[in-house]
Design a protein around this ligand. Structure first.
Ligand SMILES: Cc1cc2nc3c(=O)[nH]c(=O)nc-3n(C[C@H](O)[C@H](O)[C@H](O)COP(=O)(O)OP(=O)(O)OC[C@H]3O[C@@H](n4cnc5c(N)ncnc54)[C@H](O)[C@@H]3O)c2cc1C
Length: 604
């Protein structure tokens, strides 16, 4: 598909810029907005005004109720179904506008549905919702895949724009962003509706189209949310940040204008969308992403090594650090090595572009070193190295289903492309207990610093489990990938990090006030303390604050610097230009410091 003609774009833009929902006279606000209105307060829209919005969006406006209401009066079949079926199925959760994948975070936030949701299907629906919210001073939120750990797609007493049904995908052989003729060469690309999730994008681009698009590891994460936060997938060491692969986006800004945003038309907004965080700059309705040639093959390496004592584990961590430094910091490798307090080292790595034999050769020295010291270590699960045709990697093939390598949405009418990795199943309906992340600079892998790194990792592992995500740091990646990431809003610390270390604990699906299914707050606080102690051990390495926005501590005190580093002032300027009245406010989003924690009151 070619981009829409300039003429058509102009007409559409003019039509969409119409400021008010027809039939409604909107109050005018000459002063900057000081606060937002809640149900029952003066200014909350009347039934007639809601009806007018409903008609403007083709009837797709719904008053939301919490599914947990069914649990209030004790045992209710709907409540049992909610916990036993819906909250175990990431697709079922995503299909309910009143739910999010994470149900809350102890002492931070608890899922509460918006008052109303617009199930957006077109740009015009989104324009109508944005204008309605702006003109009536409503709190506005947007939800795509609903995978925010920070609760940024959930706000009580708000109007929700729910993009789930905007999930079309269109492949282009020779895409040129609008207005970029002669400046950007035509290239293979995919346009994805903002509500699409990565399983849908991979199905279209890889399984059907034989190409590669840089998305997330988890298949049910939303495309728009992940791209706007930076975005890492298993093979990001080779293909970079998802946001660095963005070529163009369609965005409805706070003034209700529908803009086609790319490096040539609105460069500052475009840059801000590339890692400045979702829900802060406008509502994206579609994104166009670069499509790369598909590498051959993809594969995985799994093993679990146990050490017989803490001293032996420290030696194992040292060997692992040496091995990583020499073998894994290159475009072939991604995913994780996990260290646990019980002296366990678990390898769950993936590779691309090399064969199974070559992968085996890379790991053999590490495997041999473990095997050569039976007095210190043993394999709790033996090394297991597999590879597959890359085109099958995300496909729901019978073999993968039978072997349990991939799971399916069990609902009878579910599309067969509704699949998810078994490793992500536990995150459906979870409650966050504690979380932190930090980028580890590649300088720590220099021979003279490896012992200190191993000491810090070991000391941290005495307090809590930690995972090194090698795909979430770009050191060792191709130079053009690093250069493209430099032209995003993500903290530049990502450029020379060899990995992102993540420490996280979560609880099973739970909800405050539901008897027998309350979050375990005491456990969560103990775990938060433990992760705090572990992080303190890592900080002894002299780490600058630097954390991946989407996978970070809700309570991060220095969040502007941690998420965006030196990019924050430029992001703030862009935010204030496109959204001076703070229509889009999310927890620890750009300029959220100007608003109360609930996003309703502007700070003096
Ligand atoms: C199980 C799980 C696995 C994950 N795996 C990965 C991973 O492999 N790699 C990675 O990088 N991250 C990962 N994450 C983090 C994830 O990328 C972010 O939380 C991301 O923001 C989620 O996007 P979403 O659309 O699913 O979520 P949502 O909660 O819907 O949205 C996230 C944020 O983006 C905003 N937003 C959503 N849609 C739009 C839109 N159309 N326009 C403007 N703003 C919008 C929302 O308002 C919200 O602030 C994972 C999270 C979970 C829960």
């Amino acid at each position: 598909m070619q981009p829409a003609s300039k003429h058509r774009r102009r007409l559409l833009g003019a039509a969409l810029a119409a400021p008010v929902v027809q039939g409604l006279s909107a109050p005018a606000f000459a002063q900057p907005v000081a606060g937002r209105v809640r149900p029952g307060e003066p200014g909350w829209p009347t039934a007639a005004e809601w009806a007018a919005l409903r008609s403007a969006v083709g009837g797709r406006l719904t008053a939301l109720r919490s599914p947990f209401n069914a649990c209030r009066d004790g045992v209710d079949p709907a409540c049992a179904r909610l916990f036993d079926e819906t909250l175990r199925n990431p697709y079922a959760i995503g299909d309910d506008p009143a739910l999010t994948q994470t149900l809350g975070w102890v002492d931070a936030w608890t899922l509460q549905p918006s008052a109303y949701a617009v199930e957006a299907r077109t740009d015009e629906d989104v324009v109508a919702a944005v204008n309605f919210a702006r003109e009536r001073r409503l709190r506005l939120v947007v939800k795509g895949g609903g995978h925010s750990y920070q609760g940024t797609s959930s706000a009580p007493d708000s109007l929700l724009v729910w993009t789930r049904r905007m999930n079309h995908t269109v492949l282009h052989d020779a895409f040129v962003p609008a207005g970029c003729d002669g400046r950007i060469a035509p290239q293979r690309a995919v346009t994805v509706g903002a509500g699409a999730i990565w399983s849908q994008a991979y199905d279209a681009v890889t399984t059907q189209g034989g190409g590669y698009v840089q998305g997330g590891g988890c298949l049910t994460v939303g495309v728009a949310g992940l791209v706007q936060s930076g975005g890492f997938g298993s093979f990001s060491k080779a293909f970079g940040l998802a946001s660095a692969n963005l070529l163009e986006a369609r965005v409805i800004t706070a003034d209700g204008e529908a803009r086609t945003v790319n490096a040539c038309t609105e460069p500052e907004l475009f840059w801000a969308l590339k890692g400045g965080g979702g829900g802060s700059f406008g509502i994206v309705t579609r994104l166009t992403l670069r499509v790369h040639p598909l590498p051959e093959p993809f594969g995985a390496v799994n093993m679990t090594v146990k050490a017989r004592s803490p001293e032996a584990f420290r030696r194992l961590v040292g060997r692992m650090v040496d091995f990583c430094a020499t073998a894994l910091i290159n475009p072939s490798w991604g995913e994780q090595i996990r260290l646990r307090p019980d002296n366990t080292l678990r390898v769950s790595m993936v590779f691309q572009g090399i064969g199974r034999g070559e992968a085996q050769g890379v790991w053999q020295p590490f495997i041999d070193a473990v095997a050569a010291a039976p007095q210190d270590f043993w394999f709790e699960s033996a090394p297991f190295i597999v590879s597959t045709s890359a085109r099958d990697f995300w496909a729901p093939t019978l073999v993968k289903k039978t072997l349990g390598f991939i799971k399916s949405d069990a609902r009878p009418d579910a599309p067969k492309s509704n699949v998810f990795w078994p490793g992500d199943e536990g995150q459906a309906g979870q409650v966050m207990h504690a979380y932190d992340s930090a980028w580890l600079p590649a300088a720590l892998l220099q021979p003279g610093r490896r012992a200190a790194l191993a000491d810090a990792l070991f000391a941290a592992s005495r307090q809590a489990s930690l995972s090194l995500h090698f795909n979430k740091g770009l050191a060792g990646g191709p130079s053009e990938v690093v250069a493209a990431a430099r032209d995003t809003a993500v903290n530049p610390a990502v450029l020379d990090a060899f990995a992102l270390v993540i420490l996280a604990t979560t609880g099973r699906p739970a909800y405050p006030g539901v008897a027998g299914r309350e979050p375990d707050a005491a456990l969560a606080r103990r775990q938060r303390d433990a992760i705090g102690r572990a992080t303190a051990e890592l900080r002894k390495l002299g780490l600058e604050p630097g954390a991946y926005l989407s996978e970070s501590n809700y309570f991060e005190p220095d969040w502007q610097r941690a998420f965006w580093g030196t990019n924050y002032p430029r992001l703030l300027a862009t935010k204030r230009r496109y959204d001076p009245d703070g229509l889009f406010v999310v927890h620890h989003g750009v300029d959220s410091e100007s608003w109360s924690a609930d996003g309703f009151t502007r700070r003096a």
